[in-house]
Design a protein around this ligand. Structure first.
Ligand SMILES: [Zn+2]
Length: 350
């Protein structure tokens, strides 16, 4: 008897030890596969690349009382864009799984190395921009591994993917919601449009979709579109700050989308977005110190002088003219400018 118990105990110990690296709390797939609902779980997925660079990706899985769609929210793909990160945290705290139908997956800070080192756009560990790394590479550098984890584990189980960004450290930005007009997948595109319209954002930007199935998607939400999902993005906040109104409009957008999906009841807001289906990108032709009196949201006419660049001594180098009439969606909001950078993005209706 004692012998049997000891054997059982030894076996249990061996099982515990051998199963340690596979603990559910470290593993997205296992945690997601658990069938209890309602349930709320916070996990940290750790990835390490061949150069021993490590990433810890926080992921929340909220399972509602009833089964239903899976709605995934990514924040902090760019770690210097704070309003999406703060909004995601508040949503994790607020969303009540007793009131939720389906599942909400929230990644509050996709790129923690960028966030904690205060690095705009890129992961300083390997100097790669996570939002240019998709589909990623499971045997690549650390940022490519993060992208690959999203592509192979999270996007496939999602019905809708919402990637939330804002103006980065140097970007002045008009808040908007956006999606790809993928004509090959009309059902997914129609849902992206419906959710965008419901979001409460005043401006709705649509991008053309010309990606081939074999092309790298580069962007997180474009990857989801390529994989046949409904995907969209919010841009809110600017210049590396936490604007309370930017956080509030992101949260409102998420609640409105969940309401439209019949996943979470809330009061619906009016849907009257201004649609902008064209984008003109004004690229810098000179490296220098950038000046402009304009701000995101200002209307411009074709040929208007939008700003100029000066050299280090204050001598004017070049004027920057509007190639298109429209509204400034985003612009560089700080003095440094380099050749090839997008100084202005002008949104308009074709
Ligand atoms: Zn971004």
């Amino acid at each position: 008897m004692i012998r049997t118990q000891l054997t059982k105990l030894a076996l249990a110990l061996v099982l515990t030890i051998t199963s340690l690296p596979l603990r559910a709390q470290d593993n997205f797939k296992e945690t997601f596969a658990e069938t209890n609902r309602p349930a709320s779980q916070n996990i940290r997925v750790t990835l390490t690349d061949a150069q021993d660079r490590a990433a810890t990706v926080p992921i929340t899985i909220l399972k509602g009382k009833k089964e239903g769609p899976v709605f995934t929210i990514l924040s902090g793909v760019h770690g210097y864009e704070y309003p999406p990160i703060i909004a995601a945290q508040e949503l994790i705290q607020e969303l009540d799984t007793d009131r939720l139908t389906g599942t909400v997956i929230i990644v509050p800070i996709a790129n923690t190395a960028s966030f904690f080192s205060r690095t705009p756009f890129k992961n300083p560990q390997d100097d790669v921009n996570l939002n240019r790394a998709f589909p990623g590479d499971a045997s690549g550098s650390i940022t490519q591994k993060i992208a690959a984890m999203f592509t192979t584990d999270i996007i496939p189980v999602s019905d809708v993917l919402l990637d939330i960004h804002g103006g980065d450290a140097n970007e002045d930005l008009l808040p908007f919601v956006c999606y790809y007009n993928n004509e090959q997948k009309p059902e997914q595109t129609q849902l992206a449009r419906k959710l965008s319209k419901a979001s409460g954002f005043q401006y709705m930007v649509t991008y053309p979709y010309t990606l081939k199935d074999t092309d790298p998607a580069h962007y997180a939400f474009k990857q989801a579109v390529q994989d046949g999902k409904t995907a969209l993005s919010i841009e809110s906040g600017k210049l590396g700050n936490v604007q309370k109104e930017a956080v509030a409009s992101i949260k409102k957008g998420v609640y409105q989308m969940l309401h439209k999906m019949e996943m979470y009841q809330t009061k619906s807001s009016p849907e009257k977005p201004i649609e902008l289906n064209g984008q003109a990108y004004v690229k810098a032709e000179t490296k220098g110190v950038f000046f402009s009196d304009l701000k995101a949201g200002d209307s411009v006419k074709k040929g208007d002088i939008l700003g100029h660049t000066k050299d280090e001594f204050g001598n004017t180098l070049a004027e920057i003219k509007a190639p298109q009439s429209g509204i400034i969606l985003y612009k560089i909001g700080t003095p440094p400018v380099n050749v090839g950078e997008t100084v202005f993005c002008i949104g308009y209706n074709r």
